[in-house]
Design a protein around this ligand. Structure first.
Ligand SMILES: [Zn+2]
Length: 62
């Protein structure tokens, strides 16, 4: 498993998790904000490390 930053979730992110505000996306999608692949974005914090946070703040399941 590649090493990626693992941020502490913000209150807003936790609220979005509670609301089910996330979606599936391909890991090879290029981020419109930074130009990197979604795979190169940080994990969501535990226990949701199977999710990824992209630059616009969206929570995605790759
Ligand atoms: Zn990005």
């Amino acid at each position: 498993m590649p090493l990626r930053p693992r941020p502490v979730p913000t209150a807003e992110q936790l609220a979005r998790m509670d609301a089910g505000d996330m979606y599936r996306a391909g890991g090879d999608v290029v981020c419109k904000h930074c130009g990197k692949l979604y795979y190169d974005h940080p994990y969501f914090a535990e226990p949701y490390e199977w999710l990824t946070v992209i630059c616009n703040g969206d929570i995605v399941k790759l």
